[in-house]
Design a protein around this ligand. Structure first.
Ligand SMILES: *Cc1c(COP(=O)(O)O)cnc(C)c1O
Length: 395
């Protein structure tokens, strides 16, 4: 358990629960109950059945032959883009709502950036007939119109947030504020491996189904459970945490995390938190944070609305610090080119977030016999406007 969470909710020096007094009880209740409830046979049965019949799991592990040729290694894609609602987010939203129901909660709040977590949460709230309020920065409301419409059709109330630069960080502040006002009946469904302990561990466990399946599928297809490399993009870090989870202590498997460099790590328009961040507390946990000398949050930038977050899950801060993971910074341009490359080679249009993982492949020196598993965290439908504008005249 060198790399996983300890009993106090820390990954090395990162993690913990830094919450206002009024939420202390909520966080403590959750911590006291989540592992117990998640371990109950009845919970397991309901979750697994829904993952299978509703989310569409197991998602395929697809050997991408043309991409492999271009990369110079044997590349498998873990197809989270084929999950219901278009990304890995639903694995977690579903797990958390089943937990919320068993804890007697009746109202759900969530934050969203690109809108994928908002859609996943609105989806499970419709399924479970629970009230749903989603906080979303006003900038994101404008640029993610399709997902806003989806959430509304699903019956969620979408609240535009007008503070800060009106994106994910500000939406998260507002969701936490709501939770503080309604601690008794409300459950906060966080969308990534961030937030106060036990959220990072809970979300990682709900997403760990990804690596559980990779182990089984790779054994079937390749005759061995362990790839040489695992590659995933990191925003807050949930799809990467799910991809790495069952391999954390298998040192022969190299872990590659791709973060969004925006226009470049040496510009002031970046979201590469592990490269640029310093130790600080954001949204309830201690991790690496993009901040000024006097501790003000630096507004992140990435072409991908799902990756422009100034923090990072404490697990990833720790993995990077220990040298267990290698973190590569990928610019907007590299990601967009990689998205087009995958589309033309394999007929798969990835989310721009996932394209950051794909672009990282060209920064690694592979042996031709290397087996690489890369998680395609989501599909590109939501990004078609951005792709069309970016590639204007070229596609
Ligand atoms: C939200 C999102 C991400 C980033 O979130 P993580 O918690 O880092 O996984 C990545 N890809 C897609 C498709 C997303 O929707």
């Amino acid at each position: 358990m060198k790399y996983n969470v300890d009993e106090n909710g820390y990954y090395g020096e990162f993690g913990g629960a830094y919450v206002p007094e009024i939420l202390y009880r909520n966080v403590k209740d959750l911590k006291a109950n989540y592992l117990k409830i998640m371990g109950e046979p009845d919970f397991q049965k309901e979750l697994n059945q829904l993952l299978h019949d509703y989310v569409g799991r197991p998602t395929p592990l697809y050997q991408a032959k043309r991409l492999s040729e271009a990369v110079g290694a044997k590349v498998y894609l873990k197809r989270e883009d084929l999950c219901h609602t278009g990304a890995h987010k639903l694995n977690n939203a579903l797990g958390q709502i089943l937990l919320a129901r068993r804890m007697g909660k009746t109202r759900i709040v969530a934050e969203t950036g690109a809108g994928q977590h908002g859609v996943a949460t609105a989806t499970v709230c419709a399924l479970m007939n629970m009230e749903c309020v989603v906080y979303m920065g006003e900038t994101d409301v404008k640029r993610q119109f399709l997902n806003v419409q989806r959430m509304k059709m699903l019956g969620a109330k979408v609240v535009p947030v007008m503070s800060g630069n009106r994106t994910l960080k500000d939406a998260t502040n507002e969701a936490i504020r709501d939770w503080c006002c309604n601690p008794r009946d409300t459950f906060y469904i966080i969308g990534s491996v961030v937030g106060p302990d036990p959220y990072p561990d809970m979300v990682a466990r709900f997403q760990s189904v990804i690596s559980e399946e990779i182990k089984r599928q790779l054994k079937e297809q390749e005759g061995r459970e362990n790839p040489d490399y695992l590659v995933a993009c990191v925003g807050g870090g949930s799809n990467a945490a799910g991809t790495f989870y069952h391999y954390l202590d298998t040192d022969s498997v190299k872990l590659i995390a791709a973060e969004a460099a925006g226009l470049g790590v040496d510009t002031d328009k970046s979201a590469a938190t592990i490269h640029l961040g310093r130790v600080g507390v954001l949204h309830g946990s201690k991790s690496l944070v993009m901040q000024t000398d006097d501790g003000q949050i630096i507004e992140p930038y990435s072409i991908s609305a799902g990756l422009d977050y100034p923090g990072i899950g404490p697990m990833h801060a720790h993995l990077a610090r220990c040298g267990r993971s290698q973190v590569l910074a990928v610019t907007d341009q590299q990601a967009m080119d990689a998205a087009l490359q995958l589309t033309r080679l394999e007929g798969i249009i990835p989310a721009i977030e996932s394209a950051h993982a794909l672009a990282a492949l060209s920064q690694i020196k592979f042996k031709p016999t290397d087996v690489v598993v890369l998680t395609v965290s989501g599909r590109g439908d939501k990004d078609m406007n951005t792709f069309s504008t970016y590639f204007e005249g070229k596609i």
